[in-house]
Design a binder for this molecule. Sequence first.
Ligand code: HEC
Ligand code: HEC
Ligand code: HEC
Ligand code: HEC
Length: 203
Amino acid sequence: MRGPRILLSLVALVTWVDAGRADEGHNHVLDTSQEGMKAIAKSIGVKCTHCHIAKTPDGKPDFSPMSPPKETAIHMKIHFVDSLKTADGGDVDCATCHNGVANFIPRGTEAPATRMMAGMERPAVMGVMKGFTKSLGVKCLFCHTKGDNGRMDPTIPTKHRTMARYMFENFTTFKRVDGSSPTCQSCHQGKAEFLPHHGDGAE
Ligand code: HEC
Ligand code: HEC
Ligand code: HEC
Ligand code: HEC
């Protein structure tokens, strides 16, 4: 009778000690250990100074001050890594999306091999398109362009059309904690660009 109870207390104690160690008295969102930071830099394919822009008077990186890329990294940890699961329920980390590349969303304008909404009736296509415009706070011509006759031709590939298709196919298949999948609106909330690092003017 006694054995299991002692074991349970031990488990509780170990868990508590572990939580204390991870915290180390700061309220960090990311793992700020040397290994943790190296792993983050590697999974998004950048150097420490991509995010740690500030320098000490003797020219070394000053790691503490906030910067727009640091804010973006924290946004991603809270809203993506900690709030999403892969389609089959696996954990999400920086590499799940980035796979070693900072700007990984395709931006090409070559024609795709297949049509995204092949077989869909016109009203259904329009429903999806209205959803896109509303969630990103843009007009049709943000993603589409005009053909030779001066009228919008949505069959012409554009950079933003390519980006939108990538998001549709790769990002709306994640699962949220409640089991539902994120929509364009859940991440974008009415804005095409919403990441903090756009604030620094370094596009
Ligand atoms: C993608 C952006 C990013 C990259 C790349 C990055 N860091 Fe960080 N780093 C952060 C953020 C954000 C924090 C603050 C995390 C927090 O408070 O939860 C941080 C915190 C730190 C801290 C703790 C600073 C403090 O105030 O306690 C150190 C030290 C650090 N990083 C070192 C490094 C080193 C060394 C590298 C390269 C191997 C690196 N970082 C790469 C974003 C980054
Ligand atoms: C759900 C997918 C997803 C996850 C998970 C994710 N990111 Fe991102 N991240 C993006 C997208 C999309 C962009 C914009 C990429 C582009 O412009 O091609 C981005 C951009 C960034 C940028 C800005 C790059 C630049 O241009 O300077 C940083 C920094 C970043 N992510 C850090 C992180 C870190 C750190 C993690 C893990 C804690 C992480 N991301 C996890 C989707 C993700
Ligand atoms: C955020 C980007 C985005 C916005 C905004 C957008 N679209 Fe689209 N649209 C797409 C993508 C992506 C496709 C599918 C492209 C493919 O098949 O690869 C598409 C396809 C279409 C198609 C089907 C084209 C075909 O190949 O048959 C029509 C019609 C269309 N859009 C009309 C509209 C209209 C009208 C609006 C404004 C109400 C609009 N779109 C707004 C991204 C967008
Ligand atoms: C899991 C979160 C997530 C979901 C879901 C998502 N996106 Fe995105 N999307 C991002 C991030 C992050 C960026 C980069 C934003 C930035 O640079 O500020 C981005 C950028 C874009 C861009 C480029 C914007 C620009 O101005 O460069 C387009 C277009 C886009 N998304 C379309 C869509 C569409 C359409 C949907 C729904 C089918 C969608 N996204 C769903 C996270 C998401």
